[in-house]
Write a protein that binds this ligand. Structure first.
Ligand SMILES: Cc1cc2nc3c(=O)[nH]c(=O)nc-3n(C[C@H](O)[C@H](O)[C@H](O)COP(=O)(O)O)c2cc1C
Length: 109
């Protein structure tokens, strides 16, 4: 579970430590999927695509903007942006005839 930090022309922003497992995995294979889930509504949105590292200045600023930030530095903290290649909207139905809409690269061109 990660906090979605922003959404702009760079993509869907999230931040983590480059030294964490997912930081190392992203360095080796910069691909990810974000999954948003609303249990009460039986609804899911899945956003998948390539991940880029945002600037050092943006990463430092994100680190210092965290709730409870104490002025310490974390040189490993990295802000990333996921650039969607595919978005899937999924809606559960009580009759189990679930609805799924998938938009791939052909939809974005
Ligand atoms: C509500 C919530 C929000 C979180 N937000 C973040 C986040 O923005 N960035 C982050 O690195 N970890 C966040 N975490 C912790 C991650 O889920 C995860 O446990 C951690 O990043 C370690 O992952 P790793 O397996 O890559 O080491 C959050 C956890 C919770 C419960």
């Amino acid at each position: 579970m990660l906090i979605l930090k922003d959404l702009d022309d760079d993509g869907w922003h999230f931040a983590t430590s480059r030294a964490s497992r997912k930081g190392r995995e992203l360095a080796a294979n910069p691909q990810a999927a974000l999954n948003f889930y609303w249990q009460q509504q039986g609804r899911q949105i899945r956003v998948a695509g390539g991940v880029v590292e945002l600037s050092e200045a943006a990463s430092v600023s994100d680190w210092h903007a965290r709730p409870g930030a104490d002025g310490s530095d974390n040189a490993d903290w990295q802000l990333y942006a996921l650039r969607p290649r595919e978005i899937e909207f999924w809606q559960a139905r009580h009759d189990r005839r679930h609805i799924r809409h998938r938009f791939g690269p052909e939809s974005f061109s």
